[in-house]
Ligand binder design. Structure first.
Ligand code: HEM
Length: 149
């Protein structure tokens, strides 16, 4: 199960469903010498953080091991707060985070007990589109193979 969780976390890093979050400054704020008044709208580019080469070694590669302490992949990444925020952060963090992760793990564990999957013939490299939420442009086509056959 830790590896399944690592796969889910790595997927949410690479393909963050909500790649941008919005906030409003609660007080006058200075960021890198520039002043921003209270009430200013702020866009937080979660996707940029999730692909930042200063935090993640080989950020474009799918490496679930980077979420497993003790592995070389874990050691190669920077361990800093706020590096993984697919569910947001702070007082408005997603209330369904635990449920979503548990559901995903249970569903994957059940399915992978019976099936393995291969990419279907003709499946092209994944293309995504983002209108508020990120999703595959034309789906992801996989062929299930019953285990033991
Ligand atoms: C993979 C699945 C999910 C992802 C990636 C996700 C992501 C997010 C994000 C990014 C936010 C905004 C957080 C922020 O602004 O800091 C959010 C808010 C929220 N999510 Fe989710 N979510 C997921 C599943 C769920 C589920 C299963 C539920 C309910 C059962 C849920 C309920 C909510 C609610 C109620 C909020 C608003 C919280 C607030 O504004 O106080 N989410 N979610």
């Amino acid at each position: 199960m830790p590896y399944v969780e690592a796969c889910v976390k790595e997927t949410l890093r690479l393909y963050t469903p909500a790649p941008v979050l919005a906030r409003q400054l609660a007080e006058d704020t200075v960021i890198q010498g520039r002043s921003f008044p209270k009430g200013t709208g702020v866009m937080v580019l979660i996707n940029a953080i999730h692909h930042d080469p200063e935090i993640y070694a080989d950020p474009e590669l799918f490496k679930p091991e980077r979420w497993l302490e003790g592995t070389p992949e874990y050691a190669a990444d920077k361990q800093v707060p706020g590096k993984w925020m697919p569910f947001g952060e702070g007082s408005r963090v997603c209330v369904g985070q635990r449920l979503a992760l548990m559901e995903a793990k249970i569903a994957l564990a059940h399915v992978f007990r019976k099936f393995t999957f291969s990419l279907s013939p003709g499946q092209r490299p994944l293309q995504t589109e983002c209108k508020m939420l990120l999703k595959p442009k034309i789906g992801v086509f996989v062929t299930p193979i019953l285990r033991g056959e």
